[in-house]
Design a protein around this ligand. Structure first.
Ligand code: ADP
Ligand code: PEP
Ligand code: MN
Length: 517
């Protein structure tokens, strides 16, 4: 059965081939949003201003029951519950017109997925056109995967066998994503990401929650990190060319972006410190939950609606970019972590085993806003720096990374973009300008001739010099007033690492021993 038939849709219901300009005009005419002084489309998403992991399900079927790592992050949904919500979705759409956005997930000819996004809101259709790779020339309505985004369709929680009025359901059998009850656009992009992350390992491709850019020398760098750790901010660098800010695949040909646009945070956005992003906010950009006054002026410091304010713009709004959205095999990988305890060094070099250890651990903090219910930084171990988006067993991805970094001699660093010197609330987040200098040093090869000191708690090698950065901030202990307190907090965190790593029983001793002592 075709997806159109499965959804009970007739071709006349679909508004297809609309330009972004037209979608934005319609969004304004329909009262979904308004234009800011810079011409960006501002929308408010209401109750849901971040992702809702408890409402995201993968339908359990004959194939997924063997291949999806069901559990706390990949919540199973029974066929019956799915059929009921599919039926509700069909009824809801019966007499509606929907925007059809044809797009590609993946800038690789070989590994791209043809996707259709069906939206009830013009604003979400504009978002989808900007975040994905446009594929307007494609004829017909067939696609490899379809996403249906119906923010105004609310489920009935327990009565429907789910937890709230929101649902994000992925069916791999029907090649369908159903989203209802939430207007947060991040759900659309991250569900397509999850789909790619399930499909690609079967093609021998490693899907990654990372940003990517390229130096003037043509060398590619990847920045892995959970939300809020700096993927988007650090990869938008005028000295380098941006490939993408969030989702990439690593294949036999190199690195490719899944997307055609970026989804940047706007909170405290500063015209000088984050110039590239600031200047990307103009006509065609979709702003979510930013506070804008009657004159159309944005106040990026206002977090009254959420800490997780966002802007979406196509990659070509960034001046320094790689139009093909592809790069070679990465020379350097940076794992970004936001340590809320202030004990992880701001930059350290990882051995091959250390890289595997930290990739599987994915230690960081969940920062406020991106997930429902997170108000303060909360310690978490999110394997692969993106566990919520990875449907398969962690080891599947880790093994692929190991093979890739071996084959391409990739150097790996751990960068703490979080707090340094004292527990959360006391210390301050490492200043962005210093993190940028540490990233520069790693990417320029400046650490090749520098001495390293060994961190005796975390088993990390810390460079003693970074051009432009005061030496003393490189060693966390220096920033603590009370070194006994430092030791106590560091040992506690080291214990958490070990406790977490117990989940990986099959892993080789070399990798386990590359973690904290
Ligand atoms: N040292 C730092 N490194 C990176 N980002 C920082 C730093 N200090 C503060 N920030 C802020 O943290 C946020 C990082 O978010 P972002 O780059 O969107 O992360 P991601 O893309 O990984 O979700 C930005 O708002 C940025 O201004
Ligand atoms: C969009 C999200 O993530 P990121 O901040 O990594 O882009 C998200 O987690 O909803
Ligand atoms: Mn980002």
């Amino acid at each position: 059965m075709s997806t159109m038939d499965l959804l009970g849709l007739r071709r006349e219901q679909l508004k297809e081939g609309y330009s972004v300009c037209r979608l934005i005009n319609e969004a304004v005419a329909r009262g979904e949003g308004r234009l800011t002084r810079e011409g960006a489309l501002l929308i408010e998403t209401g109750q849901y201003t971040g992702r809702s992991p408890k409402d995201r399900f993968i339908v359990r079927d004959e194939v997924t029951k063997e291949t999806v790592a069901y559990g706390k992050t990949n919540l199973p949904m029974d066929e019956e519950v799915y059929q009921n919500l599919l039926q509700k979705t069909k009824e809801y759409m019966r007499d509606k017109e929907l925007y059809l956005v044809k797009a590609l997930a993946g800038s690789s000819e070989k590994h791209a997925l043809k996707i259709n996004v069906l939206c009830e809101d013009a604003a979400q259709a504009a978002f989808s056109s900007q975040i994905f790779i446009k594929d307007n020339e494609r004829e017909g309505v067939d696609a490899d995967f379809t996403v249906v985004a119906l923010p105004n369709l609310k489920a009935e929680g327990e009565k429907d066998g789910i937890h709230s009025e929101a649902f994000i359901i992925i069916s791999f059998r029907d090649r369908l994503v159903l989203i209802g009850g939430t207007k947060y656009s991040g759900e659309i992009k991250k569900s397509v990401f999850s789909v790619m992350n399930y499909l690609l390992p079967e093609e021998g491709v490693l899907p990654m929650h990372c940003s990517a850019n390229m130096g003037k020398d043509g060398k590619t760098a990847l920045f892995f990190g959970l939300s809020g750790t700096g993927k988007t901010t650090l990869s938008a660098d005028p000295k380098r060319l941006l490939i993408g800010d969030d989702e990439h695949g690593w294949s036999e040909e190199g690195v490719f972006n899944f997307e055609g646009g970026c989804y940047a945070k706007c909170i405290n956005l500063d015209a000088e410190k984050e110039k590239e992003i600031y200047e990307a906010i103009r006509f065609g950009t979709v702003l979510e939950n930013v506070v804008v006054n009657d004159k159309g002026e944005a106040d990026y410091c206002d977090n009254i609606l959420t800490e997780n304010t966002r802007c979406t713009y196509p990659l070509d709004y960034i001046e320094h970019r790689v139009d093909e959205k592809k790069g070679g095999h990465p020379s350097t990988i940076l794992f970004l972590t936001a340590d809320a305890f202030g004990v992880i060094p701001p930059v350290s070099k990882l051995t091959r085993e250390g890289a595997m250890y930290h990739f599987m651990s994915g230690y960081t903090s969940k920062l406020a806003g991106t997930e429902r219910g997170i108000v303060h930084p909360e310690t978490t171990f999110s394997a692969l720096f993106g566990e919520p988006f990875m449907p398969r067993e962690i080891e599947t991805y880790a093994q692929l990374l190991g093979e890739m970094i071996d084959a391409h001699d990739t150097e790996v660093y751990l960068i703490n973009t979080g707090w340094s010197g004292g527990v959360y609330g006391v210390g301050q987040r490492t200043p962005l300008k210093y993190t940028r200098l540490m990233v520069d040093a790693a990417l320029n090869g400046d650490f090749r001739d520098v001495e390293f000191v060994h961190d005796e708690i975390f088993n990390l090698d810390i460079p003693v010099k970074v051009p432009g950065v005061p030496d003393e901030i490189l060693i966390p202990k220096n920033l603590w007033k009370d070194s006994a307190e430092y030791e106590k907090v560091a040992m506690e965190l080291s214990g958490k690492f070990k406790e977490n790593f117990h989940r990986f029983r099959e892993v080789s001793l070399n990798i386990t021993e590359a973690g904290p002592y």
